[in-house]
Design a protein around this ligand. Structure first.
Ligand SMILES: C[S@@+](CC[C@H](N)C(=O)[O-])C[C@H]1O[C@@H](n2cnc3c(N)ncnc32)[C@H](O)[C@@H]1O
Length: 218
């Protein structure tokens, strides 16, 4: 996974914008306004990658101390070029932070790619203070009839366009498969609550193509 992202790091932002037709920008703004309303003093943006969500959250929460963590150094290099600071190379499954040191943890399009969703959730909850907030932005599957059109896009068109943009078709074949197997909607809320979260809820985006999940540390 780390190697995949290292290979596409330079073209990740462009590919993202083209393949999502620019709507990912709106999703990040929505996510950042939710984080802003929590008024956290310390925020961890996990799997921060090229720093797009971290950048938008920093702007929405100017007084907060934000740390971006990712295990792929080439992705963090792109984030550094956007003048983001406090970037840490770290594996989400073994975070180098003390317990309860953040009031909010965000993760956009990252949890799905992790080797253990429950292991990563446990680490996120460990570094969250009691009552702290978790926000997950990720892809899901819409309901029929949009599902049929979306699956055609996901499995046929997206890998084709992505290989033209990044030269890495296999990474985007993987993307389609990972979206198919990732829990979404109520299923994801159940996963969150079974792993120590309370008040898990979700906001479907674009007919369910993506969703924002929020929950609290019990
Ligand atoms: C699709 S990118 C998302 C980047 C960014 N959050 C965004 O919204 O554009 C996924 C990121 O997750 C990171 N990642 C995947 N597994 C990870 C792990 N176990 N620990 C830390 N980062 C991880 C990858 O290196 C990559 O930068």
């Amino acid at each position: 996974m780390r190697d995949y992202f290292a290979r596409i790091a330079r073209r990740y932002d462009l590919a993202n914008t083209v393949l999502s037709l620019g709507v990912d920008v709106l999703w990040r703004v929505r996510a950042s306004s939710i984080v802003r309303d929590w008024k956290p003093a310390r925020i961890l943006d996990l799997a921060t990658g090229s720093g797009e969500l971290a950048r938008v959250i920093s702007r929405a929460c100017p007084g907060a101390f934000l740390v971006g963590a990712d295990f792929c150094e080439p992705m963090l290099r792109v984030a550094r070029e956007k003048h983001l600071s406090n970037l840490v190379v770290a594996d989400a499954l073994h975070l180098p932070f003390e317990a309860a040191c953040f009031e909010a943890v965000s993760v956009a399009f990252g949890l799905r790619n992790m080797a253990s969703w429950t292991g990563a959730l446990r680490e996120m909850l460990r570094v969250l203070s009691p009552g702290g907030h978790l926000l997950i932005l990720d892809f899901g599957l819409p309901k029929p009839p949009l599902l049929f059109v979306y699956r055609f896009y996901l499995h046929r068109l997206l890998p084709l366009f992505a290989s033209l943009l990044t030269g890495e078709r296999s990474a985007y074949d993987y993307l389609a498969d990972s979206i198919e197997s990732f829990p979404s909607g109520d299923q994801m809320c159940r996963l969150l609550e079974e792993n120590g979260c309370t008040n898990a809820r979700f906001i479907p985006l674009f007919g369910g193509i993506a969703a924002i999940y929020t929950a609290e540390r019990a």
